[in-house]
Design a protein around this ligand. Structure first.
Ligand code: HEM
Length: 350
């Protein structure tokens, strides 16, 4: 969707293009639906997600707005409620549309296992079909609201986090031509100059350097800047410090990923940190952009594959120049780490 003449001397913000692309991918892969947002002028869903994140952050740092009954009395609370309605209407429409197409509504297949539907049904089995199939079994006790919640999580987690990571990787490579050249060399080796052919699974496994560049961008700018856990048992840190059971603990990734003991010269973008011999020297919990433990990100492998496909297509075709130095980029750590004013880039056809 990016034209050859993208970005003049003043550059163009590439971020909205990336967001629309990842939203379309989530629609196609998880919901098997064509959102076509890359062809549309305006994407209200993306706009509303962004406003919702702003409000969540606004509320998070104002404890007096935490009780629902107070928050909902404020103008911001009312705005939030109306945004929620719009976002839910969108996901409801996605579910409704799929229900009318879904193989689970077909009597021949409704009693079959997911595998049977996949193998015998003509339509591709999307994540949403798994939910709709599971709903057919009364033992699962899955309501429409439960399904909507899962679809909301997937739609949001699936596109916003990935577009942030793609944006930062593109930006950082655009600021570090010495690493971008290596990405170009790797892609040229894999595709032998072919700028059009589809990316295969084998190609993905060969994009080792590109993967290191993505991981290093996720270290400096983790898409999910923090997450929290409720401690279920006392957590003894040392002889004098214990976090009592029931406490909420917030894990903030930026300071963790920039700990100079684990990552020397922490502010510098150095993809080689992720050479396997270097990564092996670090504690496994020193770098956790996808969280860790039983509630970690279930989409991490998918995200890396998706990013490699998109970046391979971008860097196979273009040299990227990012026009603003890092001190000119205002980093917003809302629900997702994003640039306040996007990433101005210039693309030069290769
Ligand atoms: C670079 C991209 C991504 C990053 C950095 C990322 C990061 C994360 C993190 C940190 C969490 C855990 C939050 C917590 O512990 O509270 C999470 C959860 C989750 N992610 Fe991702 N994510 C990415 C892409 C994706 C994609 C593409 C999908 C879907 C295909 C996805 C689906 C989910 C889901 C469903 C959860 C909730 C899991 C649960 O609660 O058990 N994520 N993600």
């Amino acid at each position: 969707m990016i034209r050859k003449d993208f970005g003049d001397v003043r550059g163009n913000d590439i971020f909205p293009y990336i967001s629309r692309c990842t939203l379309d991918i989530m629609g196609a892969t998880a919901m098997d639906q064509k959102f076509d947002s890359q062809r549309k002028k305006d994407t209200p869903y993306l706009r509303d997600v962004s406003k919702t994140c702003e409000i969540i952050q606004f509320r998070a740092v104002r404890p007096w707005l935490w009780p629902d009954f107070i928050f909902h009395l404020t103008l911001t609370g009312q705005k939030f409620k109306s945004l929620m309605t719009t976002l839910h209407n969108f996901t409801d429409s996605v579910i409704k549309k799929r229900k009318t197409m879904s193989p689970v509504l077909d009597n021949d297949t409704a009693s079959g296992s997911v595998d049977e539907i996949y193998w015998h049904g003509k339509r591709r089995l999307a994540f949403l079909d798994l939910l709709l199939t599971a709903q057919q079994n009364p033992e699962n006790n899955l309501t429409d609201a439960d399904i909507r919640e899962e679809v909301d999580t997937f739609m949001f987690e699936g596109h916003d986090t990935t577009s942030a990571s793609l944006g930062w990787t593109t930006y950082l490579l655009g600021r570090h031509p010495q690493y971008q050249v290596k990405v170009h060399e790797e892609l040229d080796r894999i595709f032998k100059g072919d700028k059009r052919r589809a990316v295969t699974t084998k190609d993905l496994s060969e994009m080792k350097y590109l993967e290191m560049c993505i991981k290093e961008a996720l270290r400096l700018f983790p898409s999910v800047p923090y997450f929290s856990r409720k401690i279920s048992t006392d957590l003894v840190l040392d002889e004098t410090h214990t976090i009592p059971a029931g406490s909420n603990v917030v894990i903030t990734l930026m300071p963790m990923h920039r700990n100079p003991t684990t990552f020397p010269d922490p502010e510098t973008y150095l993809p080689d940190r992720f050479l396997s011999e270097n990564a092996a020297k670090r504690h496994p919990m020193a770098y956790i952009p996808f969280s860790a433990g039983p509630r970690n990100c279930i989409g991490q492998k998918f995200a890396l594959m998706e990013e490699k496909v998109i970046l391979a297509n971008l860097f196979r075709n273009f040299k990227v120049e990012a026009l603003d130095s890092l001190d000119k980029i205002t980093v917003m750590t809302e629900v997702v780490t994003r640039p306040k004013n996007g990433f101005r880039v210039r693309l030069i056809e290769r």
